[in-house]
Design a protein around this ligand. Structure first.
Ligand code: HMG
Ligand code: MG
Length: 306
C-alpha cells in the first residue's frame, strides 16, 4: 500500500465531541481550555464550535463566547459549523477561519438534522459559501451518512457522489466523507471515498469516522490506502450527533495519532500532550477517555508512579 508520509488531523472534539453531551453543560471556559490544550499538543486545525440553533443543540449555545475566549495561535485553523446565513454571519463576526456546511447523503437524515431536503440544503449553503469566500474564509462541506443512515439503512455510493457534486457546484472547497453512525467497514468506506474522489481531488477530501462499531481505525487505514491524508478525529473519542441516536464518538484522535506515528507517518502532534488533553476534558465530563491509547498511556503512567 502506498501511504502518505504525513497526515493532517482536524480535531472535531470541541464541536462534534461536545455537542452531544447531555449530562454536563460544559462551560465555555472548559471548552476554551480544551482548545488551548489541543493546540499546545500540535493540532493545527480544529472545529471549535457550531453556530446552529440553540434549541436544536443547546450545548453549542455559547459559540460566540467560546470563539471570543480563544487565544489564537498563528497557523491554526479555527473552524466552525454554519448551517445557514444566520450561522455564517455569527461565524464571520466571531472571526472563524473556516466554515463548515453540513449536508447528508440521505433525505431522511437531512430532514432530521437540518430540517430540510438535500436540495433545499444546497440552496441554503450556496449563499453561505459565496459570502464566506467573499470574506476570505475557507469552506468545507460535511456529507453525513455516506455508508449508512439511521433512518434509511445502507447508502449507495451514487448518493455520495451526487451530494459531493452538488457541493462542488456551489464552490465548497473541500469535503468530509462521514460515517455518522460508525457502521461502515473498510470496503464500504472505500466505495464511498471512491464516489467522492470522482468529484474532488484527494487533497480536498477528509475522512470523518464515528467509531460506534469499532471500525474507525480500519476505515482510516482503508482511506489512507486510497491516498486520503486528512482525517477528522475527536480527542478522547468524544461525541456523536444528537440526530443520530446511538451513534458514539468519532475515532479518538490519540488512537489515530498512535497508529500513524507507529507507521512512520508524521502528524506534528505530541501524543503525550494529547493524552493530557484527553484526561483533562474527561475529568470535566466525569468519565474516563474513550480512546484506547489514552487509557493505555494513563495506566502506564499510573503504574510508573506507583
Ligand atoms: P429550523 O427550525 O428549520 O430553522 O432549523 P429556522 O430558520 O426556521 O429558524 C428557527 C429558529 O432557529 C429561529 O429562532 C431562528 O432564529 C433560529 P426563533 O425565531 O424560533 O427564536 N436559528 C438559529 N439560531 C442560531 N444560529 C443559527 C440559526 N438558524 C436558525 N444558525 C437549523 C434549521 C439548520 C437552524 C436547525 O435544524 C439546526 O440548527 N440544526 C443543527 C443540527 C446540528 O447542529 N447537528 C449536529 C451537527 S452535524 C453533525 O454532527 C454531523 C457531522 O459531524 C458529520 C457526521 O458525522 O456525519 C458534521
Ligand atoms: Mg460527526
Amino acid at each position: 500500500m502506498a501511504m502518505p508520509s504525513s497526515v493532517d488531523i482536524i480535531d472535531v472534539g470541541p464541536r462534534d465531541g461536545l455537542q452531544n453531551e447531555k449530562q454536563v453543560v460544559v462551560s465555555a471556559a472548559d471548552k476554551i481550555d480544551l482548545i488551548h490544550r489541543l493546540v499546545d499538543a500540535g493540532i493545527r486545525h480544529l472545529e471549535a464550535t457550531s453556530f446552529v440553533s440553540p434549541k436544536w443543540v443547546p450545548q453549542m449555545a455559547d459559540a460566540p463566547e467560546v470563539m471570543a475566549g480563544i487565544q489564537r495561535q498563528a497557523g491554526v485553523v479555527y473552524s466552525v459549523l454554519t448551517p445557514n446565513m444566520k450561522g455564517l454571519e455569527a461565524a464571520l463576526a466571531a472571526g472563524a477561519d473556516e466554515v463548515c456546511v453540513f449536508g447528508a447523503a440521505t433525505e431522511a437524515f437531512s430532514q432530521k438534522n437540518i430540517n430540510c431536503s438535500i436540495a433545499e440544503s444546497i440552496e441554503r449553503f450556496a449563499p453561505v459559501v459565496a459570502a464566506a469566500h467573499a470574506a476570505g474564509v475557507a469552506t468545507r462541506g460535511a456529507i453525513s451518512c455516506t455508508v449508512g443512515c439511521p433512518y434509511e439503512g445502507e447508502v449507495a455510493p451514487s448518493a455520495v457522489r451526487h451530494v459531493a457534486q452538488l457541493m462542488k457546484d456551489i464552490g465548497v472547497q473541500r469535503i468530509a466523507v462521514a460515517d455518522t453512525i460508525g457502521v461502515g467497514t473498510p470496503r464500504q468506506v472505500q466505495a464511498a471515498m471512491d464516489a467522492a474522489l470522482q468529484v474532488y481531488d484527494v487533497a480536498y477530501i477528509s475522512g470523518h469516522f464515528h467509531d460506534t462499531y469499532g471500525q474507525a481505525l480500519a476505515n482510516t487505514l482503508a482511506s489512507l490506502a486510497l491516498g486520503v491524508r486528512v482525517f477528522e478525529t475527536s480527542i478522547a473519542g468524544l461525541g456523536g450527533c444528537p440526530y443520530a441516536k446511538g451513534a458514539t464518538g468519532n475515532v479518538a484522535t490519540e488512537d489515530v495519532v498512535y497508529m500513524l506515528h507507529g507507521m512512520g507517518i508524521e502528524t506534528g502532534i505530541d501524543l503525550d500532550q494529547l493524552v493530557d488533553a484527553a484526561a483533562a476534558i474527561s475529568q470535566v465530563l466525569g468519565r474516563p477517555p474513550q480512546g484506547r491509547v489514552s487509557v493505555a498511556l494513563l495506566n502506564k503512567r499510573a503504574n510508573a508512579a506507583a
